[in-house]
Design a protein around this ligand. Structure first.
Ligand code: ADP
Ligand code: MG
Length: 236
């Protein structure tokens, strides 16, 4: 059984003259531990794909299985619980609570999961160490640089030990050096945790050994050859 399976997925927005097929007839399967690099022009349907995979949005057609579960059949409450337990999501705009400390931000999913306060603090601190922010645990997010904020957001996405990590253009607001550092961190997590990663990137040059390249074009997807060694591009 695949870890992710999209079967005949369509997502229609609007109706009549304003209707837009953000995705149409998408079939895609991934195994646990796959690394999918999703590329394509602005408006192609990349964010829609991630939102459907996370259950933040529902398809108009087709079914989606994640970790053996048909998430298209879940209600909102079940979806929230499923997301909290299985999925980490990193966004371009970080979405941190700026007045809260790095540790409090990372601990948010643990609050939803009902983890006691002392354990939340401990686990959040451990994750912040993991992403290289051991000295920033008590610093409010507003006092962190963009790169540090994205590290906090990544730690938050990982704090519940997800099986699936979704990242939507996580480096689009970062300079090139910081982008490479964040991508290297995501690769490291992927290698160490056997987590399935779906990373949307605006940067066509980004390639990783072993990654599957998925191109989205006007709502349709095509898969390019798996990246092997010797392929040119920006290796972080
Ligand atoms: P990408 O992330 O590749 O830039 P999106 O998935 O955000 O593309 O959008 C794909 C298409 O669906 C676009 O034409 C966009 O305008 C449309 N779309 C996305 N979300 C909505 C929405 N909530 N309402 C109407 N149209 C939408
Ligand atoms: Mg997008």
């Amino acid at each position: 059984m695949s870890h992710i399976e999209l079967d005949g997925i369509g997502r229609l927005f609007g109706r009549g003259a304003t209707e837009v097929w953000a995705l149409r007839d998408v079939h895609l399967a991934a195994e646990q531990g796959d690394f999918l690099l999703v590329k394509g022009a602005s408006g192609a349907g990349k964010t829609t794909l991630l939102n459907l995979l996370s259950g933040l949005d529902a398809p108009t057609h087709g079914t989606i299985e994640v970790a053996g579960k048909d998430i298209t059949g879940l209600n909102d409450k079940e979806l929230s619980r499923f997301r909290n337990k299985h999925i980490g999501y990193v966004f371009q705009a970080f979405y941190l609570e700026t007045r809260r400390s790095a540790r409090e931000n990372v601990a948010v999913p643990l609050v939803f999961a009902g983890v006691p306060a002392a354990e939340r603090a401990e686990r959040a601190t451990r994750l912040l160490e993991r992403v290289g922010l051991a000295d920033k645990v008590d610093v409010p997010a507003s006092n962190l640089s963009a790169g540090q904020r994205q590290r906090v957001a990544l730690a938050r996405a990982l704090v519940n030990g997800p099986e699936l990590l979704l990242a939507d253009e996580p480096t689009a607001n970062l300079d090139s050096k910081t982008s490479r550092e964040i991508l290297a961190l995501i690769r490291e997590v992927h290698e160490q945790e056997q987590v399935t990663v779906v990373l949307v990137t605006h940067d066509k040059e980004v390639v990783f050994d072993g990654a599957r390249q998925i191109w989205v074009d006007d709502g349709r997807i095509t898969e390019h050859e798996r990246v092997g060694s010797g392929v040119e591009g920006a290796q972080p």
